[in-house]
Design a protein around this ligand. Structure first.
Ligand code: FAD
Length: 359
């Protein structure tokens, strides 16, 4: 059986980023991914400008820009009843864009492959044993061994579940997502629209398609869906992708030779559109620690260093996350906030700048 230095479960942004940085530093790296790429994923498809430096270090910033994408110049907040406020987003080369996850994630995974990562797609991890290294079993009956294991398998992490770490999941809210025909004159904007039943996020991902997300309590979703069907002239049998939970308790991102990255470690409120950045960056930080561990350079305790760098990445931002969560759980309150911001727009400008930190 081939032995790897690092086995990574999940080939989304967190797993591909971690894998690429590990392989780039010379580690024998394996990625096990349940799906066959390209695949879509429930996501608003918006790339926070903070992603660009990580994408540059991965050597793919230019290739991302060459993929079909939507340019986002403004964010438009729409209150219940239709009152709007528009806030400018950073402009220039490293601005916020929207890009389909089928394209973005496939590029990241192929970059990992280029750097020497062994990638097994359509391979679901089903069992783990940890004794003198990790043994990983998959649904197809194949098994692998590795010195260190990374859970990069998203909010419902199998790795965390198999290691008895996954907290009880709350189904307080659910999200639906679809790519629909781009309405004429939609413009270069991302829309965050509050409705009595929940909220909707809308962003153009290319010249023909709009990413449409709906988020609400499960009981309100049928009504929200009817709103979307009417608003965007969709058929009643329109195909939506779905995901839950929207949030859950964070987990310690490292213990021994087990690392968690991206959503597997911490899920943030989707409303803020920052999850991909955290996934890419935590993948990079975990790789730095893994390189030290595998190469025997344990000076300074890489596990603690990763845990601290991981915490620092979120520091000063979690209150925005809490505020967003409160807003989406109480859309009437959020609407009132948007109306207040029409009188005092600096509040929303400040919040937007906090989330969309341009480099
Ligand atoms: C409604 C909604 C809108 C969002 N909008 C945005 C946005 O606009 N911008 C933004 O930055 N973030 C957004 N997010 C968050 C973003 O989607 C996530 O933070 C991001 O995908 C996390 O990346 P990841 O690599 O950690 O996990 P994922 O992207 O979830 O990747 C995990 C991978 O693991 C694989 N996997 C799972 N289980 C197994 C297994 N047992 N074996 C093998 N493979 C497995 C999966 O197939 C998947 O490919 C949104 C989220 C939601 C729910």
């Amino acid at each position: 059986m081939e032995a790897f230095d690092v086995a990574i479960v999940g080939g989304g942004p967190a797993g591909s980023s971690c894998a690429a940085f590990c392989a780039g530093a010379g580690l024998r790296t394996l990625v096990l991914e349940r799906e066959q790429f390209p695949r879509e994923k429930v996501c608003g498809d918006c790339l926070n400008p903070e992603c660009w430096p990580v994408l540059r270090r991965l050597g793919i910033a230019e290739r991302v820009r060459e993929l079909p994408h939507g340019i986002l110049d403004t964010v438009e907040f729409i209150a219940i009843g239709g009152r709007k406020i528009v806030v400018d987003l950073p402009s220039g080369e490293e601005s916020e864009i929207a890009i389909k996850r089928s394209l973005f994630d496939a590029l990241l995974l192929s970059r990992a492959r280029e750097l020497g990562v062994d990638v097994c797609e359509a391979t679901t991890v089903t069992a783990l044993t940890n004794s003198h290294g990790w043994r990983i079993e998959t649904a197809g009956g194949k098994s692998f061994v590795a010195r260190a294991l990374v859970g990069a398998d998203g909010r419902n992490s199998t790795v965390a579940r198999l290691c008895n770490l996954l907290p009880r999941l709350s189904r307080e809210r659910v999200a639906l997502q679809a790519h629909i025909p781009l309405p004429a004159d939609f413009g270069n904007r991302v829309v965050l629209q509050f409705l009595p039943e929940g909220y909707s996020g809308q962003a153009p991902v290319n010249r023909e398609e709009l990413n449409l997300c709906l988020v609400s309590k499960p009981s309100n979703m049928p009504a929200l869906r009817r709103w979307a069907e009417k608003q965007f002239s969709l058929q009643r049998n329109h195909q939506w992708r779905t995901i839950t939970p929207l949030t859950r308790a964070a987990l310690a991102p490292a213990r021994g030779k087990l690392f968690l990255v991206g959503d597997a470690a911490r899920v943030v409120e989707p409303f803020t559109g920052e999850g991909i950045y955290y996934a890419l960056r935590s993948g990079e930080l975990a790789a730095q620690a893994l390189v030290k561990i595998i190469q025997g350079n344990d000076a300074g305790d890489p596990v603690t260093e990763y845990a601290e760098a991981h915490a620092a990445m979120y520091r000063g931002r979690l209150w925005v996350n809490q505020l967003s969560r409160a807003a989406v759980l109480a859309p009437r309150f959020a609407s009132l906030f948007v109306q207040l911001a029409r009188v005092q727009p600096s509040i929303l400008r400040l919040l937007t700048a906090k989330i969309v930190r341009s480099n």
